[in-house]
Design a protein around this ligand. Sequence first.
Ligand code: NDP
Length: 798
Amino acid sequence: MKTRIKEIYKTMEYGPAPEDASEAIQFLKKYNNKFNLFINGKWVTPSSGEYYDSINPSTKEKLAQISEANEADVNKAVAAAKKALPKWVSIGAHQRARYLYALARQIQKHSRLFSVLESLDNGKPIRETRDIDIPIVVRHFYHHAGWAQLRDTELKDYKELGVIGQIIPWNFPLMMLSWKIAPAIAMGNTIVLKPAEATSLTALLFAEICVQIGLPNGVVNIITGHGSTGAAIVNHKDVSKIAFTGSTEVGKIIRRATAGTGKKLSLELGGKSPFIVFEDADLDSVVEGIVDAIWFNQGQVCCAGSRLLVQESIAEKLYKKIRARMENLRIGNALDKSIDIGAIVDDTQLKTIKEMVQLGVDEGSTLNQPSWACPTEGYYYPPTLFTDVSPSATIAQEEIFGPVLVAMSFRTHKEAVKLANNTRYGLACSIWTENINLALDIAPQIKAGVAWINCTNVFDAAAGFGGYRESGFGREGGREGLMEYLKPKINESFTDEPLPISTNNLDTPNENGQPSLGIDRTTKMYIGGKQARPDGGYSTVINSAKGDYIGEVSKGNRKDIRNAVEAAHANNKWLNMTGHSRAQVLYYLAENLMIRREEFASRIVQMTNQNKTDALQEVDLSIERIYTYAALADKYDGHVHHTIHRNVTLAMPETLGVIGIICPDESPLLGFISTVIPAITMGNSVIVIPSEKLPFSATDFYQVLETSDVPAGTVNIVTGGKDELAQVLAKHDDVDAIWYFGNNEGCKDIEYLSADNMKRTWVNYGKYRNWLNKAQGEGQEFLKHASQIKNIWIPYGA
Ligand code: NDP
């Protein structure tokens, strides 16, 4: 008997357990399987008159026809959103909260319809849409109904941006819609959203839900179409922000297209996330983690753990277990409740996966696939493991976006970190070990926006999600995500012209036409803690505001910038100091500046012909500003997010790395201090281009730096042509961020050139701050731009 049962278990086949699709089919039929655009609360035929097919990837059958929106339709949708904006703002936080709550409730009530429709349209297993995608969608609307309610109290220093353009991909269609729409409308914005061409159906069902709950017309507009429709949204002048999720390639196109326009941007792009397994990990849990990391959603996940890094001592054992698990995975129609893996979204994507796998084989890696064959009626691809992969192999570097795991081994912890960071991306990482000390030692060392410890692919509305490096910037979820849809109210007080200064003629030049201060020397640059002569051997004459000769500064070039970047990277000391230690150095810096108060004030007078009292005030404010950041150095904390999972999620502000700072021309000392000090407070090293016209306050500051225990390489100063040097910095691949204060043309160049390695940029779009005003010239906004948040998920509690 015993043997028979064992025998039956071994030979027993799963029968199909199909989900009933009739309600979803009914929904499609209601529209005659042909969908128009949802603009201003109504269904509108596309101006082009063109439609394209939406296909069920599980069967290749046609589901519906979708409208192709063109520029005229985008104009209509943006106009509707713009018209709806004032009322949506004026109804207030509580009314908006009610609408968001109603959306959450209504989606929840129709959750199975959404799940089935999503599985039909995308090919992802119903088990996932039912248990993961749609519950996360509902959670997002509930969570943001709460934020809508709290908007006027918790975020009173911020205001909405206006009309938001949102472009989403096909891998999590409704989930990405909820991540974009919920925070945007909760904060009082109105939106135009474009779903991906392959997966528009649940967005169109969502439009119907908007009508059902009586959402005011024009608050949400959904227009379907291809990349050109997305581009028309990006380029529309009345759109204040673009929120995009998709490929890094298109992300770069959008960065360049919006350069200099003042449009806010958040980009959630590709990844090649490491899944790191140490030898003491629980290997059976690891195997299930791998299933979730790379075979969940057929591996079409931006944060998929697609690079398995495993400690050499257990590598073969783990590979064996993975192969056994792959053999047992079931693939098939997305509506079958007993399958693990569904269909790839379309034939183009399937072709890409096949080509990448062939490339892996051609490059000499070993292919492992299960013995069973995939169904032939849809776009299926089997779970795949590559072993014997070199870290430089194409499949180890490029995103495959399919169920393909690429494995490499490491010996030491250091090597694991090095391999993990050997990528241009930085979206997520997953760390597996039973040793909490090891896990928490590794997590901060990985350059990624999310770190999952002994778990993977966990998401929640309360925690931020987003990347480092070429995985993009901005966060979705939690308080961090709200900031993407708001701007500080103080921005409205910036001006088109610099603040006038009071000048006098007290400090007249002496008989020789030379300044009376006696500090007229040619200043060198400051690189790696040393004064450095310019590579080109040129100097530039600096005259005072009255046109008198003051002195000369070195004319820096590309080579000097390269040296400065190298020096900044060599400086690990500052990076690894605690906030407390950095604070002490900053206080010391302030103290040393205080000793030279008179001298710095005279220098300002000499350059600007400003009256001495005001110059002294600028020095005093500079000292005070350093105090402010010294105070904040150990107080700019992160958060602990209360997610719905059995985790504690730490949102830790981390250093960006190396920041290029192009200083403002106004307030020569205070402008320099107000930008450089917050950047270094967060542990960054900086390359500073001081004001081209008034550089001496910055160059005099070397001596203060030298006497204040600031480690070499923390602050590097390169003088010379502002825009020429700024462009070199913007193009440099080892610079992580750029802050630019200058004219609008310069801002545009910086944003455009920074797209290559997706630098974080912070530019002033030609507007002027009053640096003397604390509300404009200092504060946490500066620290926010000097850091990025890593969300670390740690198993916690019951
Ligand atoms: P895309 O980046 O091309 O598409 C994402 C979204 O952007 C879609 O809605 C797309 O429209 C739209 N779009 C395309 N071109 C433009 C443009 N010039 N301006 C504005 N919007 C545009 O991704 P794909 O769907 O082509 O997938 C290609 C690769 O991207 C995948 O293999 C994968 O590597 C990566 N990817 C990453 C995702 C992530 O979550 N990070 C998600 C999806 C893909 P439409 O699709 O209608 O043409």
